[in-house]
Design a protein around this ligand. Structure first.
Ligand code: GLU
Length: 407
């Protein structure tokens, strides 16, 4: 996974820069890692076996935190890489967690609902001894959502012998989830964009954005940007992109998207590659990793890249973008709002005091803006590229907590 190699290199640079290179060896590898093989009964009665994974990268700043993905690509390397990413992400927004990540190597698209439920529950059985509200708290990730979290939390509670909603986050509200969690990732990125517009004394109505993606994270980002007044001139899905230089309008997009199940050609049809090259103020890659590479970085005309996807830009591309003056709001900051609201969910589960949606989103907005301001200060004071600034902030915090531990 080149993204992991890139993340390790970026971490190495950041540790060098903050003069803490001796921590690299420790932070390159997870603190603990579990690989399991378990079987699930299919609807046909046949038993099928699956590989399950959970990696706890660091617990220096608190229990591990991070999603569980169901995907055929899930493997040891990927899970370990993504858990490092989570440690950095939680540190950038300064929430009291380390990083974790897990998954099952499976193509969930071919499974029935009851098969998915059994798979989710059997996964929990197999990793039960390494997860928990004070050790490592999973959440949704690729191809998992509220429903899987509800099943998993229920399974955990049965094994524990008591209702333990704080063992998983990203649950449905009826099962102890937090209001606002669903919109949080996209909204968080939009709050940062709004702040940048204010800081540069510009009007949102004069600003344009192109969003690659229109899924769970991208669609709320488009909604919030539209509300703020930013002209979203292109969105896409895997089948292609739609573009209108005067703005697309969220309401029309979502209505048509719900009816057709894919991004609708409400504007001119363009390709995903062309979307990345549009001359916009904000380019928001919010779909998959590795889309901005050394091959196309020179063609990026945006002023800012705001990364909602994990790892959409390669390290080689960063170098070109930096030279070309494209500012970077990296994934570990721009998409950290999801895990931030997961943290609020965990706190609500533990205290038993539940917040309304506006309270959650107000807190989130403050948190994201504060993290962005600290990031901006680091970037400008140290005169480094955006990604490096975020890595430096995260590395500093993680190392400080490690120094407080028993040597
Ligand atoms: N999977 C999400 C992420 O990569 C959320 C993790 C969480 O809420 O713990 O940030």
């Amino acid at each position: 996974m080149t993204e992991f190699e890139d993340a390790k290199q970026n971490l190495e640079d950041a540790l060098d820069k903050i003069e803490k290179a001796e921590y690299l060896e420790r932070l390159k590898n997870p603190e603990s890692y579990l690989e399991t093989s378990f079987s699930v009964q299919m609807d046909s009665g046949e038993r099928k076996s699956f590989m399950g994974y959970r990696s706890l990268h660091s617990s220096a700043r608190g229990p591990g935190k991070g999603g569980i993905r169901f995907s055929p690509e899930v493997n040891e390397d990927e899970v370990k890489a993504l858990s490092l990413w989570m440690s950095l992400k939680c540190a950038v927004v300064d929430i009291p967690y380390g990083g974790g990540k897990g998954g099952v190597s499976v193509d969930p698209s071919g499974l029935s609902k009851s098969e998915l439920e059994r798979l989710s529950r059997r996964y929990v059985d197999s990793v039960f001894k390494v997860i928990g509200p004070d050790t490592d708290i999973p959440a949704p990730d690729m191809n998992t959502g509220e429903q899987e979290m509800a099943w998993m939390m229920d399974q955990y509670s049965q094994l524990e012998g008591s209702k333990t909603p704080e063992s998983f986050t990203g649950k449905p509200v009826e099962a102890g989830g937090s209001k606002g969690r669903g919109d949080s990732t996209g909204f968080g990125a939009a709050y940062i964009i709004e702040k940048i517009i204010q800081e540069t004394n510009q009007e949102p109505e004069d600003m344009t954005a192109a969003v690659q993606g229109f899924g769970n994270a991208a669609s709320p980002a488009v909604k919030k940007l539209d509300e703020i007044g930013v002209n979203v001139i292109a969105v896409s899905d895997s089948s292609g992109a739609t573009y209108n230089m005067n703005g697309l309008g969220y309401k029309e997009l979502i209505k048509c998207n719900r009816e057709r199940g894919e991004v609708c050609p409400v504007g001119e049809e363009i390709s995903n590659e062309e979307l990345l090259e549009l001359d916009v103020d904000f380019l928001v890659p919010a779909a998959i990793e590795g889309v901005i590479t050394e091959e196309n970085a020179d063609d990026v005309s945006a002023d800012y890249i705001v990364e909602i996807a994990n790892g959409p830009t390669t390290r080689k591309a960063d170098k070109i973008l930096k030279e070309n003056g494209v500012k970077m709001i990296p994934d570990i900051l721009a998409n950290a709002a999801g895990v931030t609201v997961s943290y609020y969910e965990w706190v609500q589960n533990r205290t038993g005091e539940y917040l309304d949606r506006d309270e959650v989103l107000d807190r989130l907005q403050n948190k994201m803006i504060n993290a962005y301001k600290e990031f901006r200060e680091t970037r400008d004071e140290e005169d480094v590229y955006g990604r490096q600034a975020a890595y430096m902030m995260a590395a500093e915090r993680i190392v400080n907590s490690m120094q407080a531990e028993k040597p």
